[in-house]
Design a protein around this ligand. Sequence first.
Ligand SMILES: [Zn+2]
Length: 142
Amino acid sequence: MCALCDQVPETASHICLQCCYAKEIWLLVSNWVGSGANLLTGVDGDIHEWWNRLLAPLNANQRRLVAAILMDTTWNIWKERNRRIFDNTTLRPDQVFELIQNDVLTGRRASGTPLLGEELLVSQVFMFSFRSSSDREQASIM
Ligand SMILES: [Zn+2]
């Protein structure tokens, strides 16, 4: 069973994308990357189509940024799964989101070029207001 929700048989695409726990993280990331971005669009279908649909409309620089965010997000969700199985510890979605932000922002510094747009620097205030409306947001993506 999935180590994150304990409701569905474990597959990589379920854990990283379709799990209700993963979706909470993706919603936080979607809001962080700016208005209009919904990284979960098409997430219940074919993963390659999901990936291509997100990246195809972008120019090379944008694609590099969004691909980095997608990889940092899936990687951190996978690490949370391993944390639960091997370390017997649990983080909340907003805590994993903070780790993702750190990874993305560290990547930006390492590359020496600004990967992220202004919208990405979303305030903590926004995160808290998002959390209070997460039930409504959740319903809209199901
Ligand atoms: Zn799950």
